[in-house]
Every structure is written in structure tokens, then in C-alpha cells.
Ligand binder design. Structure first.
Ligand code: CTP
Ligand code: MG
Length: 239
């Protein structure tokens, strides 16, 4: 017979976000950190920072990147930020930047959300969904099903068509139990392009939260133009 104490609801886990802004944006080629590039009236990274701020279930945020330059850029915006709990200079690689952000995130945060600021069209709705799924499953990532037909080629000649059933394109946010993520980073061998890869390597199941196509990553000038158009003409509903 369970005691009354056992039936009490558990206190809600605290979710800390790590916002990655330390990339140099080399493929964008604008002689500026990608996060600081102007986008529809504010620095690129401020868009996803605002979305995280406005998501009720995000309890704190660590921003990874050049503190001085990012803060200066924020002072030029009118939005008031209240959830930032730490700043950290980035590392040489994305993986190093995440590991540094994790070290800066206070221990009370037992779940960690990681987001690339290079995805400025993040919505609070998607953020809430991936957090909920991670709280239930331990690890969850946003991803969109692959729609294009995939070709494997030798040079510019198709050698085979790859079945695309069950293929997804991983995005961020990605949310993990903190202990899983920390162990994954300690045990990491080599570089992974996302954190889920490291957590999968430990043998944990990672749940897929259906993402939004609009949450694309800005890599090239074309991506930047598309984001500018979308943010200028059709702001995401939750922003
Ligand atoms: N990132 C980071 N630290 C690094 C490298 C990348 O925090 N050392 C972050 C970027 O700020 C970005 C995300 O990881 O939000 C995804 O990286 P990517 O799209 O590759 O951005 P950049 O590295 O800035 O671009 P590029 O590879 O073209 O230089
Ligand atoms: Mg990069």
C-alpha cells in the first residue's frame, strides 16, 4: 500500500536552456558572428532568445558566445530578458561550446535544452512540445520527416536511390536529462554534429518530436533572405 508521501506529485524538473551563439558563420561569409548578423530588425540570436524567454517551461538560459558583443547587441533591442542565468565564451567546435555551457548551467537544472541560435524561427509551441516529450522519455529532439528523394552518386552520376522511409532531419531544440547529457559529453569520442548522437551512443532511446519546417537553420545567404522574408511578413504565431 503506497503511503500518502509516495502519492505526492513530484516537484517539476527544472529545465535550463543552452543557447549556442559562438559559431563564426563562415558559410554565411558576412565577416561577423552569425548570431550577431542583423535579421528583421534585431540580431539573429535575439529571435530564439526571445522564444526561449517566452516559453513558460524554460526556467533559465545560458548564452554561449562572446558575452561582450552579444550583450552590446541586446542593449540595442527593447525586449527585457529575465531568465539568463549565465554567459560563457564558446569553444572551438559546437560540441565544445555545449560542454562549456553545461559547466556554466547551475546544478538545480536537471533537464537541459540545447538550441542553435542559427534557427531563429523557433516557436514557443514547439519548445513546449519537445520539453514535454523529454520529461516523459528522458531525451527528445525535434525533427522533420525527409520529403526529398535521396540519391547516392558517384561524382555527378546517380548510383542508387536511397529509401527515405523512416528518415528524419534532426533540428534543435533537443532536450535531455542532465545526467545523460553530461555522461554523453564526458564519454564522447570524436566530434558529433548534435547532442542526440552522443546520447544515443550511450544506449538511451531518443524520442522524436515532430518539428516545424520553418525552424530551419541559417547556413547560407539564401537561408538568411528566406528568414528575413518570413519574419517580416508572417511572424511565427507564438512570437
Ligand atoms: N556553434 C557554437 N560554437 C562553435 C560552433 C558552432 O556555439 N564553435 C553554434 C552556432 O552558433 C550555431 C550552431 O552551433 O548556432 C550550429 O552551427 P553552424 O550552423 O555550423 O554555425 P556556424 O558554425 O556559425 O557556421 P559555419 O559552420 O558556417 O561557420
Ligand atoms: Mg559550424
Amino acid at each position: 500500500m503506497p503511503t500518502l508521501a509516495n502519492n505526492r506529485p513530484q516537484p517539476r524538473q527544472k529545465v535550463g536552456a543552452i543557447l549556442l551563439c559562438a559559431g563564426r558563420g563562415e558559410r554565411l561569409g558576412m565577416d561577423e558572428y552569425k548570431g550577431l548578423v542583423p535579421l528583421a530588425g534585431k540580431p539573429l540570436f535575439a529571435w530564439s532568445l526571445e522564444a526561449l524567454e517566452q516559453t513558460a517551461d524554460v526556467d533559465g538560459i545560458v548564452v554561449v558566445g562572446s558575452r561582450q558583443r552579444l550583450q552590446t547587441a541586446l542593449h540595442a533591442t527593447t525586449f527585457k530578458f529575465s531568465k539568463i542565468v549565465g554567459w560563457r565564451e564558446g569553444g572551438r567546435t559546437r560540441q565544445e561550446s555545449v560542454a562549456l555551457g553545461l559547466k556554466t548551467l547551475p546544478v538545480k537544472f536537471t533537464y537541459v535544452l540545447i538550441h542553435d541560435s542559427a534557427r531563429p524561427l523557433l516557436t514557443t509551441e514547439l519548445t513546449l512540445r519537445v520539453i514535454n516529450d523529454a520529461l516523459e522519455h528522458g531525451a527528445a529532439i525535434t525533427a522533420v520527416p525527409l520529403e526529398d528523394t535521396l540519391k547516392q552518386a558517384a561524382g555527378q552520376t546517380v548510383s542508387t536511390t536511397v529509401a527515405r522511409n523512416n528518415l528524419w532531419r534532426a533540428q534543435t531544440p533537443q532536450v535531455f536529462r542532465r545526467d545523460w547529457l553530461e555522461t554523453a559529453h564526458i564519454k564522447a569520442v570524436g566530434e558529433a554534429t548534435d547532442d542526440a548522437t552522443l546520447v544515443e551512443t550511450l544506449g538511451h532511446s531518443v524520442f522524436i518530436t515532430p518539428g516545424e519546417a520553418s525552424n530551419f537553420k541559417i547556413t547560407t545567404r539564401e537561408d538568411l533572405k528566406l528568414a528575413e522574408t518570413l519574419l517580416t511578413h508572417t511572424k511565427p504565431p507564438s512570437l
